[in-house]
Design a protein around this ligand. Structure first.
Ligand SMILES: Nc1ncnc2c1ncn2[C@@H]1O[C@H](COP(=O)(O)OP(=O)(O)OP(=O)(O)O)[C@@H](O)[C@H]1O
Length: 246
């Protein structure tokens, strides 16, 4: 059984070089972004998340929606252990793989093949497991001879192909991702979409941040609507998607 429990999670970012005199009010809420606030000691902070609570269990395929700066990426980072809550608690039970930073573990000077090894190791794949899967990963990337070229010579779509092929070779219990898939070409998008659906059907918990109604509709059964760092609505996809997208 995998589960995630967030209780009153807030994440604040101190900003030491803000032009603080131009912040007229103590609490500013803007159309995009989290709340900008000033602590009693005068420091300016941005609140990425504010008092977020939710319980996620096996079988939940969560979609995160919300305006730019509403806290989706910050929440994904909390779930993958990159950020610790400034207050509140986040309990993540189950092995979690995050596909939110496609360049994580990538060395631009190393070749495609070397980078497959680096990224696989970073995701916790054992050497014998990688040996079994290596050819399949290389094949899926469709990069051919480019696998022997340094990663820095790749276009952004080629970089995506390499990262996606490697990252999706393992089947974690909890998968956290955003919609970086969108830079692939049609051929790869089609392949990636199919593979994504395989993963979605085998992972116990999926959390996917996206601005695409179609992608969310296809992959998610529950939607968290984020608004200025808070959860505005949490419910079945069929209720929340029409409310959010109108
Ligand atoms: N490293 C950081 N330093 C300061 N503020 C940050 C940092 N990361 C995020 N924020 C702030 O936290 C808030 C939430 O940002 P986040 O990236 O989580 O939004 P998002 O919902 O993923 O947005 P988008 O749809 O634009 O990707 C924003 O106000 C942003 O300015």
């Amino acid at each position: 059984m995998a589960s995630i429990t967030l209780a009153g999670v807030s994440v604040e970012f101190p900003v030491f070089n803000a032009a603080s005199r131009s912040l007229k009010n103590r609490v500013l809420s803007v159309a995009t972004g989290g709340a900008i606030d000033r602590r009693t000691d005068g420091h300016v902070i941005v609140r990425g998340l504010e008092d977020v609570s939710c319980a996620i269990k096996d079988g939940d395929r969560i979609g995160l929606v919300g305006h730019n700066g509403s806290g989706k990426t910050t929440l994904l980072r909390v779930l993958s252990g990159i950020y610790r809550p400034t207050s509140g608690s986040a309990a993540i039970d189950g092995d979690c793989v995050s596909l939110i930073n496609i360049s994580l573990g990538i060395d631009p000077e190393a070749t495609g093949r070397e980078n497959i090894r680096l990224r696989a190791a970073m995701m916790g794949m054992r050497p014998e497991e990688l040996r079994k899967q290596f050819d399949e990963i290389a094949e899926f990337s469709g990069l051919g001879d480019f696998l022997d070229m340094p990663f820095r010579t790749y276009s952004s779509g080629m970089q995506l192909r390499l990262a996606f092929s490697t990252s999706t070779a393992i089947r974690p219990e909890i998968l956290v991702m955003d919609e970086w898939l969108s830079t692939g070409d049609e051929d790869f998008k089609h392949k990636a979409d199919k593979r994504l659906r395989e993963i979605v059907s085998t992972t116990k918990i999926l959390v996917l941040a996206s601005h695409s109604r179609e992608l969310l509709q296809k992959n998610c059964n529950r939607i968290l609507w984020m608004d200025h760092g808070r959860v505005r609505m949490d419910g079945p996809a069929n209720d929340v998607l029409p409310a959010y997208f109108g």
